[in-house]
Design a protein around this ligand. Structure first.
Ligand code: UDP
Ligand code: MG
Length: 342
């Protein structure tokens, strides 16, 4: 029988998890000849998400969970899910029920028809503010112009991936991840199906405008070097203009003895050039920062707990699970133990 793992990244989702589990269980019961399991990833939640997950796992055989050692962000949490999922296919879903589970049977159908990546395209953005909608539009437009790999518009992380896609995604270990772009990069046979984003079942979204802006910059810089080329072109353009203007000023002074004047022009040009230089430096800095981050070769996430077992890493990056971690005795404990034995 085919197996499908449902990967659910969770950050402060304590209120919604039980409801999520029962809603999704209802939908998957309609799918015959497939065995489903859940893999929740607790992304360093500060509420009781982990405790709720422990309880869910103890009550249901088809639930497992990973606890990351801190909040690494949704992108890293999804990678952890892909690394640990063992199904013939995986379905990635948000925990807040904004992704309708009723779509799962249809997604599985398309997978059975031979598609490797069954992704869902959102048809509404009414839950978002006017500003966010326009920023998203602008982002897709900029990416369309700059990136070699065409991003799928309005297509997010709610998707079914065949094992082959999962294996390919796991090969991409960059720690600054833009997963939406990576799905496109790995390729394989894709099928888009439309869906309507539901309101959040409980809790609140944790994406701030700053985080979304950072993700947009991440997308642009990890899939295109066009901004760097544009700075070169801008530099050439400005230099040619400056040279032409210099010749004009020089000959004007030589032929007509024009006295040096024009403080405002001078200031404008100076400030403009200063601005262009800072902008160019900033763009170079963005790329350099990413090279710096990747050159450290840090793992994209660390697992703290795997289904109740504490995880320990060796220096090759392999993990071992330990059910009970020995408590390091404090001097005070020592004394007590000693007293007890005597
Ligand atoms: N999430 C996560 N780590 C984070 C932020 C979010 O794992 O640092 C999870 C969150 O629990 C949810 C999903 O990512 O399951 C989408 O988050 P959210 O609903 O806040 O984003 P939105 O739907 O507003 O894009
Ligand atoms: Mg959400």
């Amino acid at each position: 029988m085919e197996t499908i793992t449902i990967i659910v990244p969770c950050f402060n989702e304590q209120e919604v998890l039980e409801h999520f589990y029962s809603k999704v269980s209802e939908s998957i019961s309609e799918v015959k000849n497939c065995r489903f399991s859940f893999l929740f990833i607790n992304d360093g939640s500060t509420d009781d998400t982990l405790a709720v997950l422990r309880q869910l796992a103890s009550k249901n055989d088809n639930v497992s969970y990973i606890g990351l050692s801190r909040n690494f962000g949704k992108e890293a949490a999804m990678l952890a899910g892909l690394d640990y999922a063992d199904g013939d296919a995986v379905i990635i879903m948000d925990a807040d029920l904004q992704h309708p589970p009723q779509l799962i049977p249809e997604m599985v159908d398309w997978w059975h028809k031979g598609y490797d990546d069954v992704c869902t395209r959102r048809t509404n953005r009414t839950d978002e503010s006017w500003f966010k909608r326009n920023m998203v539009n602008l982002f897709y437009r900029v990416m369309g112009v700059f990136s070699k790999h065409k991003l799928q518009r309005d297509v997010g992380d709610f998707r079914l991936l065949d094992r082959r896609c999962v294996a390919a995604m796991c090969l991409l270990r960059e720690s600054q991840r833009f997963t939406k772009g990576l799905y496109t990069w790995v390729g394989y046979k894709k099928k888009e199906i439309p869906f309507t984003v539901q309101p959040r079942a409980a809790g609140k979204s944790t994406w701030s405008y700053i985080q979304l802006f950072n993700l947009a910059i991440e997308g642009l810089t990890s899939f295109s070097t066009a901004p760097l080329r544009m700075t070169t072109l801008l530099g050439i353009g400005v230099s040619v203009l400056a040279l032409t203007y210099m010749c004009f000023v020089f000959f004007n002074a030589l032929c007509y003895g024009d006295p040096v004047a024009g403080y405002p022009t001078l200031m404008t040009v100076l400030l403009f050039l200063g601005g262009v230089q800072l902008l160019s430096l900033g763009i170079i800095g963005e790329y350099l920062g990413r090279v710096f981050a990747e050159s450290k070769g840090r793992p994209p996430y660390l697992v703290d707990e795997l289904n109740g077992d504490k995880v320990i890493y060796d220096n090759t990056g392999n993990t071992f699970s330990r059910a009970v971690r020995k408590k390091r005795p404090t001097p005070c404990d020592n004394g007590k133990e000693h007293e007890g034995q005597e």
